[in-house]
Write a protein that binds this ligand. Structure first.
Ligand SMILES: Nc1nc2c(ncn2[C@@H]2O[C@H](COP(=O)(O)OP(=O)(O)OP(=O)(O)O)[C@@H](O)[C@H]2O)c(=O)[nH]1
Ligand SMILES: [Mg+2]
Length: 546
């Protein structure tokens, strides 16, 4: 799988910036830390040399060095004898601490992640209605996201406000409450459930004290995307998204300079930010170009696939609904399915052959989630709903499919809210004309499967268990019926030397009538749109032949 090491030129300035604050890097979110390390590895060695002595970033290392230095000073102030004659208990304690520390490294998707202690914060705005999820539910989901990213949640809090505080998002009383919790629980990262402005982020970081990282849902989701990007395109998209997220927030890395001394250093810090922002902007535009070419390539590929006249069915649904499990069950594909959010980041397409001989392509897509990151400037790409670019491929696939299967984890306590969240996205996609099939999954996991099945029947919904295969035959029949809805009626005259096409019509369409003539076969059938397009010249020959 490609990592960011495959495009080091994009990472250089980030690496410079990240190197400026080593202690913070050590303490930042596990996932982000893994990224940082990749970036550092990817950074060309000469960046070290480039920095003039006494430059702003040198100052940065010094300033940050002080934080670490304090510990060293403490050691030195102890009487030397004591430093050597450590009690057994002391030694054992140290060994235990070291063991506990190394225990906190976990391997996620082949990347080593440091399990940081995280504290979650949410705000329920009285004025803004329309939130599908209640605050406690939303925080529970945030906890799952944190867990997916490899963090350990040690505490959670929320506040009801009529308006978020423009400076710190939460009220000042809450800020000090969280500060106490940070100290008591040894918190390393504070995660907010909503997107914070760069200013709020800075102010909160200042209030909480130097070593605590503050981030928001968006940054957390981007961390997860980064851990999970499996294809080159996904990796590019995630890097781009992370850079765009970083750009307005760059200044925070330099605040310690402003605090330490005024005058010259401050000025240099500011100059450095400008330089770094410029480098970052250049890299962002290079990355966009590269992404555009990858995307063109994929489009070409998809066009080619469309010339194979097999209908495409998109599997959509909330994250963790069981989409990948269903794809695997139907096709034996080896798609990563696990009890984590965003297990799938790239659309995967596989061919399914049903018992009755009908064939279709099934596409597994990125799961949806409420409160999607919105920070990307994508006005010029009409398809995207202001969402993170990693969803683009998914949305394109959905818009071009013959049938959409909306898979629901009906055993989830918030099933209805999740359905609404998915519908909200689908509604904005201009796909009303595509037949949709609603499927309730994880029926085996419900308390009263019979009652649920009855309810589903009333609503014309299919119940399945992707896990044990229950209901899959019914599912395939329903797909076939829906596919028929999406077929186009055609009449064509197929010459005998185009026998393949006749086979295709039989395979993916529904034939009503065939008549064998002298030069070829006359067919009347319903076929998928791509095949109908392919048959256009032969359809015009019908009149001539009869
Ligand atoms: N009990 C039960 N569990 C299931 C069923 N289908 C899927 N699961 C479990 O649900 C979890 C999520 O499944 P995935 O297939 O990864 O879900 P997904 O919709 O692809 O998730 P994302 O890729 O994150 O969007 C896994 O732990 C599956 O084993 C089912 O029918 N019954
Ligand atoms: Mg999946």
């Amino acid at each position: 799988a490609p990592t960011s090491t495959s495009f080091p030129h994009h990472c250089r300035s980030l690496a410079i910036l990240l190197r400026c604050s080593p202690p913070r890097r050590r303490l930042r979110g596990g996932a982000a830390r893994a990224l940082d390390e990749q970036l550092l590895e990817a950074a060309p060695a000469e960046t070290e040399v480039e920095e003039a002595p006494g430059s702003a970033s040198d100052g940065g290392e010094e300033a940050e060095g002080d934080g670490v230095g304090m510990l060293v000073v403490e050691e030195e102030q102890r009487p030397p004898a004591k430093a050597f004659v450590k009690s057994r208990r002391q030694r054992m304690q140290e060994e235990e601490d070291a063991a506990a520390e190394s225990d906190r490294f976990k391997l996620i998707n082949g990347k080593e992640i440091f399990q940081e202690k995280a504290y979650l914060v949410g705000v329920e705005c009285k004025r803004t209605g329309g939130n599908l999820f209640g605050i406690e539910e939303s925080l529970k989901e945030l906890e799952q996201l944190a867990d997916t990213a490899g963090l350990v949640v040690v505490g959670t809090t929320y506040q009801k406000l009529s308006n978020p505080n423009p400076r710190t998002y939460i009220g000042s009383g809450k800020v000090s409450e969280i500060r106490s919790a940070i100290q008591a629980l040894d918190v390393e990262t504070v995660i907010f459930d909503d997107e914070l402005s760069p200013g709020q982020l800075r102010n909160l970081e200042k209030s909480f004290g130097g070593n605590v990282r503050v981030c928001d849902r968006t940054a957390l989701i981007l961390d997860i995307f980064n851990q999970r990007a499996a294809t080159h395109e996904a990796a590019l998209q995630v890097t781009l998204a992370q850079m765009e997220y970083q750009l307005p927030r760059l200044t925070k890395l330099w605040t310690h300079l402003e605090r330490q001394s005024g005058g010259q250093v401050k000025g240099m810090g500011e100059k450095q930010i400008e330089v770094d922002k410029r480098i970052l902007r250049t890299q962002i535009s290079a990355l966009k170009k590269e992404l555009e070419s990858v995307r063109k390539h994929r489009k070409l590929y998809r066009n080619r696939r469309q010339s194979v006249p097999i209908p495409v069915i998109s599997l959509v649904g909330y994250t963790n609904a069981g989409k990948s499990t269903l794809l695997n069950r139907l096709t034996g594909a080896d798609v990563l399915a696990e009890d984590k959010l965003f297990a799938t980041l790239d659309p995967t397409t596989r061919r399914v052959l049903m018992k009755n001989g009908t064939e279709f392509l099934l596409t597994d897509t990125v799961g949806f989630i409420q409160k999607l990151p919105t920070m990307l400037p994508v006005k010029d790409q009409s398809l995207i709903l202001g969402q993170v670019a990693a969803f683009r491929a998914t949305l394109e696939e959905i818009a071009e499919s013959s049938v959409i299967v909306h898979l629901v984890d009906i055993s989830h306590p918030l099933a209805q809210q999740q359905i609404d969240a998915v519908d909200k996205v689908l509604k904005e996609l201009d796909i009303e004309s595509i037949p949709k099939l609603i499927v309730w999954n994880k029926i085996d996991n419900t308390d009263e499967p019979l009652r649920v099945k009855e309810e589903a029947k009333k609503q014309g919904i299919i119940c399945i268990s992707a896990m044990n295969g229950d209901g899959l035959e019914e599912f395939c029949n329903a797909i076939q019926a829906k596919l028929k809805d999406s077929l186009v009626p055609i009449e064509a005259f197929v010459p005998y030397d185009k026998g393949d096409l006749l086979n295709d019509i039989h395979k993916v369409g529904m034939v009503e009538k065939t008549e064998y003539k002298e030069n070829g076969t006359f067919v009347k059938a319903h076929v998928p749109l791509p095949l109908a397009r392919l048959l256009t010249p032969l359809r015009q020959q019908v009149v001539a032949a009869l």
